[in-house]
Design a binder for this molecule. Structure first.
Ligand SMILES: NC(=O)C1=CN([C@@H]2O[C@H](COP(=O)(O)OP(=O)(O)OC[C@H]3O[C@@H](n4cnc5c(N)ncnc54)[C@H](OP(=O)(O)O)[C@@H]3O)[C@@H](O)[C@H]2O)C=CC1
Ligand SMILES: CC(=O)N[C@@H](CCC(=O)OP(=O)(O)O)C(=O)O
Length: 314
């Protein structure tokens, strides 16, 4: 690639787009932006697409699908189609897209680096897969274990509309939702955690802007082999030993969801009570950091062959 790579963020003014725009200042790339009044103009977006190396889609699912179709049409008609990184849920389990979770295992970063289309992981799945996949791979959790995942997110997880609802109208202090048990993140959690049985997923949103905890209660006797909380912790610590963003931390008596707001970090913990043979696994992250824009900047750097910037660490 001659000169600096060019990047267009479709949805730059949105919550995730803004976080990516700010982080791009740390990379040697040229960011091309669309005039705000043209941000939904299909012709202007198409022209921008044809002029850059990478388009980052920070749009609702339907608009992402339209944008990806536009890129495919550019390619099919002999135009210069860009590579795509999509922040939405639209393509997370699509076989034509690479799932952009570089820490998920050997070879994942290289797959992202070589891909034409990369799907950025969801915020809740980053915590859930981060906790569960190493334990399934190690044979401690059978793929068909009946699991429950509880989670709480800051209200920025619902994008501009939910931010406005909380900041102008005063949203609910705590809302349990997704009680139809069909949350949009279930397919990617199930697939990339290596499970064959979909977990019961119970998300919630609190009246705070940013931050997230994903937690998985376990009876240790449900494990596939006899093991202690210390064994679970050792597997996780070994899995993430080389990561500068995901760490395995000491168990705590309580956890605040907001502590990692503003960072690109994720902390995993195993809180075990051996005499009861019980444990709770937790992942704490910023839904807008490692759960969205922080992960996107890792994927952008990989796709463009650049060193990832140091993670925001608060
Ligand atoms: N918030 C979070 O924690 C996370 C969000 N995501 C995903 O990122 C994506 C963006 O979410 P988020 O940033 O929160 O949402 P926002 O609502 O904050 O931003 C979406 C942006 O897209 C623009 N937009 C909507 N429709 C179109 C269109 N047809 N053409 C061009 N622009 C359009 C919106 O403009 P306007 O406001 O004027 O309509 C807005 O600027 C979603 O798919 C979401 O699932 C991923 C991980 C975490
Ligand atoms: C609090 C809240 O509403 N959260 C959103 C998830 C965040 C999001 O937009 O999903 P992605 O991370 O997959 O893009 C939800 O449950 O639908």
């Amino acid at each position: 690639m001659d000169g600096q790579a060019t990047v267009f963020i479709d949805g730059e003014a949105g919550t995730t787009g803004l976080g990516i725009r700010q982080r791009l200042d740390a990379l040697p790339v040229t960011v091309r932006s669309i005039a705000p009044e043209q941000r939904k103009d299909a012709g202007a977006r198409r022209a921008m697409m044809e002029s850059v190396d990478l388009v980052v889609l920070c749009l609702p699912d339907a608009a992402s699908r339209e944008a990806a179709a536009m890129a495919a049409e550019i390619a099919a008609t002999g135009g210069r189609a860009p590579r795509l990184l999509d922040a939405s849920t639209a393509f997370r389990v699509d076989p034509d897209w690479v799932y952009g979770f570089p820490e998920m295992g050997a070879g994942c970063a290289a797959q992202v680096a070589g891909a034409a289309r990369v799907s950025n992981p969801g915020c809740y799945p980053t915590g859930a897969i981060g906790l569960l996949r190493p334990l399934v791979e190690a044979g401690l959790l059978a793929p068909d274990t009946p699991l429950t995942i509880n989670a709480v997110s800051g209200y920025s997880g619902g994008g501009r509309a939910m931010i406005e609802a909380h900041e102008h109208d005063g949203g609910p202090a705590f809302l349990l939702y997704g009680l139809g048990l069909e949350h949009k993140h279930l397919p990617e959690i199930t697939r990339y955690a290596g499970l064959t049985r979909a977990p019961v997923f119970v998300p919630s949103v609190g009246h705070f802007p940013q931050g997230m905890i994903v937690s998985v209660p376990l009876h240790l006797d449900m494990l596939a082999v006899p093991a202690t909380g210390g064994d679970l912790r050792a597997v996780l610590a070994d899995f993430y030993a080389g990561s500068d963003r995901i760490s395995v931390a000491e168990a705590m008596p309580d956890l605040s969801a907001e502590t990692l707001a503003g960072t690109d970090l994720m902390e995993l913990r195993v809180h075990a009570n051996e005499s009861r043979r019980q444990a709770v696994l937790t992942a704490r992250l910023d839904n807008l950091g490692k759960g969205a824009s922080g992960a996107a900047i890792q994927n952008i750097a990989l796709m463009l062959g650049l060193a990832a910037p140091a993670p925001r660490a608060g």
